[in-house]
Ligand binder design. Structure first.
Ligand code: ZN
Length: 250
């Protein structure tokens, strides 16, 4: 029963994340007005807005104007559900689960806003930082200074790389959005895990670049580095806590 409840809550929360992903890059309020059709702005009734089920029932079309609804909507809802279920089984205690859900939801949203709009909402980065801070203050504040050290060193490292590569290549290689995202994530996970995340994010970006390169003639490829950072961060945190791998040796 509790399992079912968590799955449903995860789906409903995923539906809210879709609102964030759609509205934050357009600088719209995420509270008002209520849900409306992304194509024709007709308000959506709650019974046409049931996570995943409405998408299947309406066969992926909007009820009002019969346009295609992006597959992103049910995907975000299902991913949110999986994050809720995972945290229930693999994280200890309600506090850790609560803050993980907030941080993971921010990362999931950033993955899609950067992918769709090359936009990393600052407020989501701040939320990641504050959630991690409160979580460590409540659960164990012993390591807190190491989290600050890792944030400062990783951020400086990235700033230097950004300025140097932009100077050498004479074009913008990373945005400040990427740096702020790395800063908040490195505070959350610590130094060693940050290095792992940067490694995997770079690897994903290279693979993404190769795929885009092979499939398009356009030489000016812009990569959503924030998306791969967010993906790598979720992957490293989840794998580590699923397999109980200890990485922070010092
Ligand atoms: Zn419509």
């Amino acid at each position: 029963m509790i399992f079912f409840l968590i799955a449903v809550l995860g789906l409903i929360f995923g539906s809210f994340l879709n609102v964030i992903i759609y509205r934050l890059p357009n600088e719209e309020s995420i509270v008002f007005p209520g849900s409306k059709c992304p194509k024709c702005s007709t308000p959506i009734e709650w019974y046409h807005n049931i996570p995943v089920l409405s998408f299947i029932k309406l066969k992926g079309k909007t009820f009002c104007c019969h346009q295609n609804i992006s597959l992103r909507y049910p995907i975000v809802e299902l991913l949110s559900m999986l994050l809720w279920i995972w945290s229930y089984f693999y994280l200890d205690g309600l506090i850790n689960q609560f803050f993980f859900i907030i941080i993971a939801s921010c990362l999931l949203s950033i993955f899609f806003t950067d992918l769709n709009d090359f936009y990393i909402p600052l407020e989501l980065n701040v939320l990641i930082f504050i959630s991690a801070l409160i979580n460590y203050l409540v659960i164990d504040s012993y390591d807190l200074k190491f989290h600050f050290y890792s944030m400062i060193s990783i951020t400086i490292y990235f700033l230097v790389i950004m300025l140097l590569s932009s100077y050498l290549l004479k074009k913008e290689t990373m945005g400040y959005g990427d740096i702020i995202l790395i800063a908040s994530i490195s505070f959350w996970v610590g130094f060693i895990d940050s290095l792992l995340i940067i490694f995997f994010a770079s690897l994903f970006s290279i693979i993404h670049w190769l795929i885009l390169r092979a499939s398009s003639k356009n030489k000016d490829i812009i990569l959503p580095f924030g998306s791969t950072i967010a993906l790598a961060a979720l992957m490293v945190f989840i794998l580590k806590n699923t397999l109980h791998i200890e990485t922070n040796f010092f």
